[in-house]
Structures are given as C-alpha cells and as structure tokens.
Design a protein around this ligand. Structure first.
Ligand code: ZN
Length: 265
C-alpha cells in the first residue's frame, strides 16, 4: 500500500480500536442513580412564594390540542385530581410526557415576590434508562418561540464562586382579541450532574461521555430552568433572575454536590 493511502487507513484503524475499548469500558459502566439535585422545591425562599404546578392529560376535556396550562397545587381540594374533569394530574404536561422517557422526573413551580413579579422554574431529572435532556434551544423553538439572543450570566452565590447560567431571550407572537401581541420572555438554565455543573449543553454532553468512558460511571443529569417575561429592550429582568437563583440554589443541591461546590471555592 502506498504511504499516502496507508496513513488515513491507519487513522481509521486506531479510531476503531479506541472505540472498541470505549465500548468495552461502557459495558461495565456503574450506574449511579444518585443525582446532584433534590427533587423538591422550597415553599418560600428569599421573599419568593412558590406554587407548584400540576397538569391534566385528558385529551377529550381539559387538554384538547395540548392547551392545558396547569393548575396550582395550593388551589386543589383533592390532591392530584383535576378539579375540572376528575382525572389524575401529573407533574409534567402531556406533550412533555409523550416526548420524554417514562422515568424522567419533573418538577414545576411558579414563584411570586412582593412586587408581583412571577418566575417559573422547572427541574428535569434525566431517567436511568437513557438520557432525556434535550437542547433547550430546540425545545423553545418547537414551542413557537423566536430566539432573540443568548449569553452566559454570572450569578453570585454566597460561599462559592459565581454560578454560570445560560440566558436565552425569546419572543413569541400571539393572536389576541385586538390583534397580534408579542410576548417577550427570558429563559435561564444550567445543568447539574452528580458532582458537576455547567451552563452549556455541549459541556454536559462532554462530561456525560467522559464519565462513562473514563470513570466508568453513568449518572442522572438534572436540568434547571428559570423563566419569565421581559421588556422588549434591556436586561432589567436579570436582577430578578439573580435574586431568585441566589435564594433557591442552596436548597436544590444534594449533599454530595453541596460538599463539592462549597469546598472547591
Ligand atoms: Zn382535567
């Protein structure tokens, strides 16, 4: 074989051998189901009062065209039963439950402060069967949003280095009774593994692969999102995002993750 042909051939062989090794390692992957976050949100935190949400999946009644926006747990007479149709209520919407593996855990709540500002927060914990966290940008677009820009925001947290969160500015046009209305929103998020955190989707994918191959370990990643409305221009919403995340962050971590992040700084 000519040298010029042999070289790429050799590269392919090396890649194949490495892949076989990686596969051999991953078959012995130890599944560690202990997540980095607790699946519980505080009722009240730093001036923000929370109200957990539940969703009706009744396609014939409440959730025609996937339109059910959720009900507050605090307003239910019978826990987890839909007040309108009497069927069971769930932690995630029907669309979400159809798209995600069955063992994905979900938590959604709306927090309000004294000024009347409302922030929606959700925690999605990937299942044990397969990774179920999608790129947030893809989901936001799928819901009909236009993405108007994104950046990384530093959230100061007492006792450790600032937490990096990724912020996406969105807009969406609605047909109101008096014509078209634009809803301007923001969507801030970050990911937490058993002992890692990152605001980047690609960073998370990298650690997921790294932990499987190098540490022979697979764990469940969590995806935390904080969203609300914003003005058409400017970044005034950031003060609320920072204030809320600063307050709620310490409540979200499991002991392993807590020891890691507060020890490292
Ligand atoms: Zn219902």
């Amino acid at each position: 074989m000519e040298r010029s042909l042999f070289k790429p051939f050799l590269s392919i062989v090396i890649v194949m051998i490495l892949s076989i090794f990686a596969l051999a390692f991953t078959t012995g992957v130890e599944l560690d189901f202990l997540p980095g976050v607790k699946m519980a949100l505080p009722d009240e935190v730093g001036g923000w009062v929370g109200n957990e949400l539940r969703f009706c999946h009744n396609a014939e009644a409440c959730d025609r065209n996937y339109a059910h926006n959720g009900v507050y747990v605090s307003e239910l007479d019978i826990p987890d039963i839909c007040p309108d149709c009497g069927e069971m209520l769930y932690n995630m919407s029907r669309a979400e439950s159809e798209q995600l593996p069955e063992d994905t855990e979900f938590l959604k709540s709306a927090y309000t402060n004294d000024a009347g500002t409302r922030i929606f927060t959700s925690v999605v914990l990937s299942g044990t069967a397969r990774d179920s966290i999608h790129r947030p940008q893809r989901c936001l677009k799928g819901q009909g949003n236009t993405l108007d820009g994104e950046y990384t925001l530093d959230v100061p947290i007492e006792g450790r280095e600032p937490l990096k969160v990724r912020v996406i500015k969105t807009s969406r046009i609605y047909q109101g009774p008096e014509g078209q209305v634009t809803y301007y929103g923001y969507y801030a998020y970050w990911f937490v593994g058993q002992d890692r955190e990152t605001p980047y989707h690609l960073g998370r994918m990298f650690w997921l692969a790294w932990d499987r191959v190098v540490r022979s370990r697979a764990n469940r990643w969590a995806y935390i999102a904080v969203s609300g409305t914003r003005e058409e221009t400017g970044n005034d919403y950031e003060s609320d995002v920072i204030d809320f995340i600063e307050s709620v962050y310490p409540y979200l971590l499991t002991e392993t993750m807590r020891a890691k992040v507060y020890h490292d700084s």
